[in-house]
Design a protein around this ligand. Structure first.
Ligand SMILES: [Zn+2]
Ligand SMILES: [Zn+2]
Length: 361
């Protein structure tokens, strides 16, 4: 049997000394450990990170040859991972952990390269949207799907910007990231403003080279757009993204409602007195093309009316997550029951809608 010095020590076997690829266990891989470590140190040097995990990808032929000799001993894969992993810890001062590491580095011994998987950086806060013509995320042109056509003025999109792009722009640049993904506690319609205390969100920056950035500067830049603000922007984590993605919320709204005839104050006051009002809402006509047609039961917990005039009134209400407010007002051709129009006996519609608070429940 011929083994290299390193395998001979690892496997605790006496053998005729062998150089390089002549080793019957590792076929010369052990000789490359230190150069793999150098490669790994160089690969991660471009990135800001505090934790990592190291793996190795080795030809099956080598694994099998080694396995015949390494039963109950440390195999060649583990040996490489420990050598490079511990070396990386020493040389970078970073911590190796398999639990949610910032970087997973894989020594690919077949292609002689280091493959990096960089975990996203997360920042969270609450956003304010002051525009009535802005979607939450980038919306590609329906006609050309982003390629650019006459319809969209060759922009490839339906709206010039989005909440996500406004928030992500400075963060992608500062983190030197590859892209973004917005997580938010629900969403408002494009023509609905998000005011007051804002909506909880977490922004995920993909493959970041930097994780520590000047958040005051980023907030300032976001606000300079004039239509979006990120309040309380702070470094965050994947858990926060998951929390906003999966939580339910109560929302407070302010609306300008127009009515076809003058509405009596007493009738409105009587409706306020009915709250909490349980609603049955069939999927609204306007979203029926992309959502399944089902009946949802929702509740309006509180509703108040002010500024009553010939043309309409202001309404402030508190409603459960997922309540369709425009349809609660209009009735949506009988698809929402009861509706404000039905209760008043006068057709009403939302002229302007703002969300003024979103709270986790
Ligand atoms: Zn060997
Ligand atoms: Zn287009």
């Amino acid at each position: 049997m011929r083994l290299c010095e390193s395998c001979s020590a690892r496997l605790g076997l006496e053998s005729e000394a062998s150089e390089g690829s002549g080793c019957e266990a590792c076929m010369g891989l052990s000789d490359k450990f230190s150069s793999y470590l150098d490669m790994a140190v160089k690969a991660v040097s471009e990135y800001e990170f505090s934790t990592f995990w190291l793996g190795a990808f080795i030809r099956k032929k080598v694994i099998d040859a080694d396995a015949r000799l390494s039963e109950n001993k440390q195999g060649i894969k583990k040996a490489l991972e420990i050598y490079v992993g511990e070396g990386l810890e020493k040389r970078t001062g970073k911590t190796a952990t398999p639990v949610d590491p910032d970087i997973i580095a894989t020594v690919d011994t077949i292609n002689e390269r280091i493959e990096l998987r960089v975990s996203s950086a997360f920042f969270s806060g609450r956003y304010v949207k002051k525009s009535r013509a802005m979607p939450q995320s980038k919306w590609l042109c329906r006609k050309c799907s982003g390629r650019g056509c006459k319809e969209c003025g060759f922009t490839g999109r339906m709206y010039p910007s989005s909440v996500e792009e406004r928030i992500a722009a400075p963060l992608i640049r500062m983190c030197e990231g590859a892209g973004s993904k917005l997580h938010a506690l629900g969403r408002e319609d494009i023509d609905v403003r998000m005011l007051g205390t804002g909506r909880p969100f977490a922004i995920e920056i993909l493959s970041p080279k930097r994780r520590t950035v000047d958040l005051a500067e980023a907030s300032k830049e976001i606000a300079s757009s004039g239509d979006v603000e990120a309040l309380g922007l702070a470094a965050s984590g994947r858990q926060e993204a998951l929390r906003v993605d999966t939580s339910k919320a109560m929302k407070r709204y302010e609306a300008v409602v127009s009515s076809e005839a003058q509405v009596e104050r007493e009738k409105l006051e009587a409706i306020s007195g009915l709250a909490p009002i349980e609603l049955e809402q069939r999927t609204p006509n306007r979203v029926a093309h992309r959502r399944s047609d089902i009946v949802r039961v929702r509740a309006v917990d509180n509703i108040e009316f002010t500024n009553i005039s010939d043309e309409g009134f202001r309404m402030s209400l508190l409603a459960e997550h997922g309540t369709y407010i425009k349809e609660f007002v209009s009735g949506d051709d009988g698809r929402t029951k009861p509706s404000l129009s039905q209760l008043l006996g006068i057709q009403c519609r939302v002229a302007e809608l703002d969300v003024t608070d979103v709270e986790f429940v």
